[in-house]
Design a protein. Structure first.
Length: 186
């Protein structure tokens, strides 16, 4: 198992232990749904409540060591505003970006559609390939790098007929990214 996979399994194991609902997204999810590519961070969307913060900080420190970058004050601040925070593993320099889920219906739908994949002996919850495409369409629309479109194309090629295109088109229409999606699908 690579350092990246070990960190992913360790972090999601802590979230599972603390009963914090999560989904892995971003480049780490592209590795499982599309073509593998380099990524130096793990993006995780979490349903983080105030009561989770202290135990999460303690468990991450125990697992990653005292030298890990974990700013509890920043976590509390971001949790109250529904933002994001990160944790950096010492030594490897790998980073975990935590995004706190909001009340948007699409954000809630992503959790209900999560898919599990086995890494080593542990199951990890990933964003569905359709929802990953939709998120990347939004990031591209908001001025994200061209790699968003490359990731989308790779997911479409690898997943092929397994994708729920009705779901994709419905949400792409709602988020005003349908033109971009149609260009990619054609």
């Amino acid at each position: 198992m690579t350092e990246f996979e070990k960190l992913l399994v360790t972090t999601t194991g802590i979230l599972k232990k603390l009963e914090i609902d999560y989904i892995v997204t971003g480049g780490a999810a592209v590795v499982y749904w599309g073509r593998p590519r380099f990524t130096a961070d793990i993006d995780i969307v979490v349903e983080l409540k105030n009561v989770h913060i202290g135990p999460l900080v303690r468990e991450l420190r125990k697992a990653l060591g005292r030298a890990a970058y974990i700013d509890e004050d920043m976590i509390r601040s971001e949790q109250s505003r529904g933002g994001e925070f990160n944790v950096i593993q010492p030594g490897s320099g790998l980073k975990i970006d935590f995004f706190i889920v909001g009340k948007d219906p699409f954000e809630k739908a992503r959790f209900s559609r999560a898919k599990t994949k086995k890494i080593g002996r542990q199951t990890v919850r990933f964003i569905s390939p359709e929802d990953l495409i939709l998120i990347k369409l939004l990031w591209h629309k908001e001025g994200g790098p061209a790699k968003q479109l490359e990731d989308i194309r790779s997911i479409i090629v690898i997943q092929g007929g397994k994708l729920d295109k009705t779901y994709l088109k419905k949400w792409a229409e709602r988020q005003s990214t349908i033109d971009i999606l149609n260009q990619i699908l054609d």
